[in-house]
Design a protein around this ligand. Structure first.
Ligand code: NAP
Length: 283
């Protein structure tokens, strides 16, 4: 058997086309969704992420600003800027590229962004809403995975989902979103014993460990759906956490790296920003 490949890239393009129409519709009502991305320092990988976010916003006709601050910016200065953006009625989504330099607390920054403009979905108020099954901004990568599974017509109810990873960014929220969809969820992590005995039971296996080739075909149940979240650079090449070639012979569906989960992350950020603008304007 060779698995059906779920290309997040294609789905992301389709969704962005739909969003482009939605944004121009909002423009006719004088609503201009706007995302502001703040970055401290010049780390090339972070810079390339934020530039990608800005390009994607512009492509769907959404207003976006990139605020580049020197790495020595103080926590107070950053908090003051966030407060200004919280008060700015033309700004609907605020994203501070994490991690921030060590002299600033990530958590303080996350909590300073107004929950109504928290398009990353990291504010404890939004995390709490997600936990209690309420509508809110969901973190972009987990939400992208949920949308991918739904669009690929993968049934979630009653399915055993095994997630490798328990980070606040990916592992925990994707587990919560799938639990909300009535899946049965198991989390594995670096202290999990006999990893394969868990992965072999998964109807849906989500791998978000950041370890190249952690999972291969022999770790997967025949016919399972495999979502590879990992982004690793090996010998200059992007690769996931799953050995694609062996896994695709066992799985029923599989996401590639690149062109899999990655493009969905920015797409859900755009989605959240449009949602924020609509909410603020009672649409
Ligand atoms: P993270 O914070 O480093 O978390 C990794 C998780 O994997 C931890 O829970 C860790 O366990 C677990 N883990 C590590 N090695 C393991 C092993 N050998 N066996 C079992 N569990 C293991 O990383 P993250 O932020 O969640 O990201 C995970 C991966 O997804 C990274 O490659 C990252 O680049 C990628 N990512 C991709 C996107 C995208 O848009 N495609 C977005 C975000 C992240 P402990 O908790 O015990 O340490």
């Amino acid at each position: 058997m060779s698995a059906e490949v779920i290309y997040g890239k294609q789905l992301a393009e389709d969704l962005r086309q739909e969003m482009k129409s939605e944004v121009s519709e909002l423009h006719t009502k004088d609503i201009r969704p706007k995302l502001v991305v703040v970055i401290l320092g010049e780390d090339p990988a972070s810079m390339s992420y934020v530039k990608g976010k800005q390009r994607a916003s512009e492509k769907i006709g959404m207003d976006s600003d990139l605020i580049e601050l020197p790495v020595e910016t103080s926590e107070r200065e950053l908090l003051d800027l966030i407060e200004k953006l919280n008060q700015d009625h033309t700004v609907h989504g605020i994203l501070v590229q994490l991690p921030v330099p060590d002299h600033i607390s990530d958590q303080k920054i996350i909590e300073a962004i107004h929950p109504d403009k928290d398009v990353d979905g990291f504010h404890p108020a939004n995390v709490g809403k997600m936990m209690t099954g309420q509508d809110t901004f969901y973190p972009c990568t987990p939400y992208g995975i949920l949308v991918m599974l739904k669009r690929a017509d993968i049934k979630l109810e009653g399915k055993h989902v095994v997630i490798i990873g328990r980070s606040n960014l990916v592992g925990k929220p994707v587990g919560q979103l799938l639990l909300n969809e009535n899946a049965t969820v198991t989390h594995c992590h670096s202290r999990t014993k006999h990893l394969q005995s868990h992965t072999k039971q998964a109807d849906i296996l989500i791998v978000a460990a950041g370890k190249p080739s952690l999972i291969s075909g022999e770790d997967i149940k025949e016919g399972a759906v495999v979502i590879d979240v990992g982004v690793n650079r090996v010998d200059g090449k992007l690769t996931g956490d799953v050995d694609f070639e062996s896994a695709k012979e066992v799985a029923s569906h599989i996401t590639p790296v690149p062109k899999g989960v990655g493009p969905m992350t920015i797409t859900m950020l755009l989605h959240n920003t449009i949602k924020a603008a609509k909410r603020i304007h009672n649409q």
